[in-house]
Design a protein around this ligand. Structure first.
Ligand code: HSE
Length: 290
């Protein structure tokens, strides 16, 4: 049984811990019943015990009061780790869906979201990995409500990934505990503008709609080249934001726009080495391949 789970990009600027979107970059997980649980990645075989995919798999059995069935989980990872592209969420969703398949339980995406959030905590990466598209998720007394937004226009997501990792805990530790009313209103207004503009296809509003005062500038201090890249992308695309907790920086561009040539010239002036990928929106969420 094989599942593929998309990479995700959370926050989308002002929608801290709420908004996210799914991308056409995938991790694959193949589950085979076995005598002992193992994780197989390329030539490497390791114990499953502390692995996030397996922990999520086992947690799902626990939830449904089943005895954990030992499995070999063959992993193909294309989503880079600790870069703000939802690699942990992909592992969590992969593990849970694997358990559903082994348990022969009917797939229920809302139920899967609930289990994923008991493991992960922040809904903005797991929701799009489950539902695809752009998602907005809120937690009300432990119950999660997700709306799935299908943007009117098709976009290219220009993904700039640096050659260094930034752990989410570190990127959260630099955020203030309190914010001013002005900053709160700033983010509420941009979030409303962003969502309505995506739905209505008002691309000219995206740059303003992606602005944020809750997390990006604080985290930018941890990321070399942050200001220069933001300026370059804001001048050359429809707008940009810090993907998840970073350090990846994401720009939204018209589908047929290419900035590759300009970026290749610009990147020589940067301190870090940044890889550029051109991705598109995933609209399915996780898929069961067989
Ligand atoms: N919303 C989360 C954050 C995403 O920005 O910290 C990473 O889990």
């Amino acid at each position: 049984m094989k599942i593929r789970v998309p990479a995700t990009s959370a926050n989308l600027g002002p929608g801290f811990d709420v908004l996210g979107l799914a991308l056409n970059l995938y991790n694959e997980f193949e589950f085979t019943k076995s005598d002992e649980s193992k994780i197989i990645e390329g030539e490497e075989i390791s114990d499953a015990e502390d692995n996030l995919i397996y922990l999520s798999y086992a947690k799902t059995f626990e939830k449904f009061k089943g005895k954990v069935v030992p499995v070999n989980i063959k992993v193909t990872s294309n989503i880079p780790m600790s870069r703000g592209l939802g690699s942990s969420s992909a592992c969590i969703v992969g593990g849970i869906v694997g358990a559903y398949l082994i348990l022969d339980r009917e797939i229920n995406r809302q139920e899967i979201l609930q289990i994923a959030l008991e493991i992960e905590g922040h809904p903005d990466n797991v929701s799009p990995a489950i539902f695809g598209n752009v998602t907005a998720t809120i937690n009300e007394d432990g119950k999660n409500i997700t709306t799935v937004i299908k943007p009117k226009n098709e976009y290219k997501f220009i993904t700039l990934i640096p050659d260094f990792e930034l752990k989410t805990e570190k990127a959260r530790s630099v955020l203030p505990k309190n914010y001013s009313r002005e900053d709160a209103v700033f983010n509420i207004s941009r979030t409303a503008l962003l969502i309505s503009s995506l739905m209505l296809g008002q691309d000219e509003n995206l740059k303003l709609g992606l602005e944020d005062k809750i997390h990006q500038n604080y985290r930018g201090e941890l990321i070399p080249d942050f200001k220069e890249i933001f300026q370059f992308l804001n001048n050359n695309t429809l707008g940009c934001y810090l993907s998840g907790a970073g350090p990846t920086i994401m720009a939204i561009a018209k589908k047929d726009k290419s900035i590759r040539e300009d970026f290749n010239k610009f990147k020589n002036s940067l301190e870090l080495s940044w890889e550029m990928h051109e991705l598109s929106l995933n609209t399915e969420g996780f898929e069961i391949l067989y």
